[in-house]
Design a protein around this ligand. Structure first.
Ligand code: PEP
Ligand code: MN
Length: 354
């Protein structure tokens, strides 16, 4: 995939690149007042939703095209870059005409390949546009990558991903569960793709913004997109998760930005020890599998089923408890032994079916 960095002239290349602004543009006054407060606190990229995807009809669906005029005014007055969500080819056309600098594709749209392809077609020929692609609402990495590929195939090179968490029917402290392993895997699959974190939509509540920003930085994410409103409690959408520009500044100032690679000798030595541990782990696993295959041969000769449910349950319970005694969570150990058991069963199946 051919990608270019999304450095914006006049903005430091240092992490994090911050995009801030209200969930939705509501009135000209709200947009301008929020932009002013953000600008006064050093913010350079302003977000506001103009067209809002609502779960049910009857909610505030965005002010529509008129809001683009307000974003234009933010750009003219404060020289800030502007960003908004696009979900249809018409949105793309209007946003580009209004000179919006950054378009983002929302989570509900990313989940629909037809809609993403329509957007990709509308973006043909505007290679310089910056397009950020939110993860789909469901935890499907391939769907996310598919959307990124569709936009890339349209010739767009300045692409970024936004991690905004994944919806779940189960209750959690988060509005959308982060499932950090998914953006981590995205980074492995497309290493030079900038990744932004959207702590507002992950957290769904103000108190979670600061720790989520820190987590994103510790995972080496490139940027943050944070909802900020001059009067959050009265916001027309997502009121609970928006912070004032003042609070945003406070949160950003507290962030500890760590570097990815440390060349200190200590770290090199510790990494060598980790490599050795991993080698030992793999050798032990191989030994365990050899024994498991011997058991497979025994089961075949004695006509015994591969799955012995009681034994499996006993292993998971015991290892989980052992793990807890050694300072790890029970669920982590259970997960590992579930995977090991899966591979054992696969190897024994090979033997029995020979
Ligand atoms: C938003 O950024 O306001 C938005 C609607 O986000 P998402 O697509 O992540 O739900
Ligand atoms: Mn929102």
């Amino acid at each position: 995939m051919e990608l270019e960095s999304i450095l914006l002239p006049g903005i430091s290349a240092q992490r994090p690149l911050v995009i801030a602004g209200p969930c939705s543009a509501e009135t000209e006054e709200q947009v301008m007042a929020t932009a002013k407060q953000l600008y006064d606190r050093g913010q350079k990229v302003f977000r506001a939703g103009i067209w809002k995807p609502r779960t049910k009809p009857g909610g505030f669906e965005g002010v529509g095209t008129v809001g683009l005029e307000w974003l234009k005014k933010v750009k003219e007055t404060y020289g800030m870059y502007t960003a908004t969500e696009v979900a249809t080819p018409k949105h793309v056309e209007e946003a580009l005409k209004a000179g919006i600098d950054i378009l983002w594709i929302g989570a509900r749209t990313t989940a629909n390949p037809f809609a993403v392809q329509d957007l990709a077609d509308a973006l043909q020929g505007v290679e310089d546009t910056i397009v950020l692609i939110k993860n789909p609402v469901n935890p499907d990495l391939e769907l996310w990558i598919g959307a990124i590929e569709r936009i890339s195939n349209a010739g767009i090179k300045k692409i970024g991903a936004i991690h905004r968490g994944f919806s779940s029917y189960d209750k959690s402290i988060y509005r959308n569960i982060p499932q950090w392993h998914i953006p981590i895997e995205l980074r492995r699959r497309i290493p030079n793709l900038p990744i932004f974190s959207d702590p507002s939509h992950i957290g769904g509540r103000r108190e979670l913004i600061a720790p989520l920003c820190q987590q994103a930085m510790d995972l080496n994410f490139d940027g943050l997109i944070v909802e900020s409103h001059y009067d959050p409690d009265d916001a027309w959408s997502d009121a609970k998760q928006q912070v004032t520009p003042d609070v945003l500044e406070y949160i950003l100032n507290l962030l500890v930005i760590r570097t990815e690679v440390s060349t200190t000798e200590n770290l090199t030595e510790l990494r060598k020890q980790i490599d050795e541990c991993d080698t030992t782990l793999i050798e032990l696993l191989a030994k365990r599998m050899r024994i498991s295959r011997e058991i497979g041969t025994f089961k075949k000769e004695h006509n015994v089923t591969i799955l012995q449910s009681d034994r499996y349950r006993e292993i998971l319970d015991k290892r989980g408890a052992q793990g807890a005694l050694c300072g790890m969570t029970e669920s982590f150990l259970r997960g590992i032994f579930e995977s090991i058991h899966e591979e054992s069963v696969r190897q024994q199946m090979n033997i029995i079916n020979k």
